[in-house]
Write a new protein. Structure first.
Length: 121
C-alpha cells in the first residue's frame, strides 16, 4: 500500500456495501434478514405508509445499524481516512448507509453517499 500511495497523487474511491460486511452489519436489502420484521415486501422497512402503521420495524433496524452503537470502522475505512489525511483522497463514493465513514473521520467534503446515511450529522 505504501508503494501505491507514493505512485498516485490523488485517489478516487468507489465502494459498495461489502466494505462494511466484515462488521456483520445487517443489510436491509437481504430479505432473509428482514423476515424478522414481518414485512409485506422488503422495501416496506423504508416505506412511510408502512412506518405509520408499524414503526417498530424501522426503529429496530435503525437501532441495529446506528453508527457507533455496535460497529466500528474497518481497516479499509481507516486506510481511506489516511488517504484523506495525507491529501491524496479526491473523493469517496459509498453505497453504505451505516455511517462508518464518519466514525473513521473521513472528511464530509470528500464523501458522497449514494443512498444517504443513518445519522444526525
Amino acid at each position: 500500500m505504501t508503494k501505491l500511495m507514493r505512485t498516485f497523487d490523488r485517489v478516487l474511491v468507489n465502494w459498495k456495501r461489502k466494505i462494511s460486511s466484515i462488521t456483520h452489519i445487517l443489510f436491509y436489502f437481504q430479505y432473509d434478514n428482514l423476515q424478522q420484521y414481518k414485512l409485506p415486501f422488503p422495501e416496506a422497512i423504508f416505506d412511510l405508509d408502512f412506518f405509520r402503521h408499524n414503526p417498530e420495524a424501522f426503529v429496530s433496524l435503525a437501532k441495529e445499524i446506528w453508527m457507533g452503537n455496535k460497529y466500528a470502522p474497518t481497516i479499509t475505512h481507516s486506510f481511506v481516512a489516511l488517504l484523506a489525511k495525507k491529501g491524496q483522497l479526491l473523493r469517496n463514493y459509498t453505497q453504505n448507509i451505516d455511517g462508518l465513514e464518519y466514525l473513521a473521520n473521513l472528511p464530509t467534503d470528500k464523501l458522497v453517499e449514494w443512498y444517504g446515511v443513518i445519522s444526525t450529522h
